[in-house]
Design a protein around this ligand. Sequence first.
Ligand code: HEC
Length: 108
Amino acid sequence: MFKLASLAVVSIVSVLLAAAQAPSAPGKPLPPGAMQAKVKAACTQCHNASRITEQHMSRAEWSKQLEKMEGLGAVIPDADRTAILNYLTRNFGPQKGNSKAAAKKTSD
Ligand code: HEC
């Protein structure tokens, strides 16, 4: 009886361990583009890219977000700031602009 119980405990524990080891919410990757590598370098040291890819923000909101991240310690080179802002706004802009982007995507 004891043996059976410990076997059950072992299998429950291994299921829990397997779940814990699963990659934590891989989410959507950053879309390819000239700024992909730079955004990856500047923005994925403290959190993964899905923190960014799950957002829908206007350019002004992204600009505020970049300032907030700089306040937290992110380093965004001045020379890249506009390009990063363009990249974020184009790929993760307000949701209502998405139908156009989606239509574009399916055409290639
Ligand atoms: C120095 C560490 C650090 C770097 C580098 C960094 N972030 Fe963050 N980011 C954070 C922290 C901490 C939070 C959680 C803030 C909170 O919960 O208020 C966060 C949260 C976010 C969020 C979720 C919205 C929010 O305000 O909570 C977005 C979007 C984001 N970061 C985008 C970026 C982008 C874009 C970059 C690159 C320019 C970047 N982050 C670089 C630390 C960082």
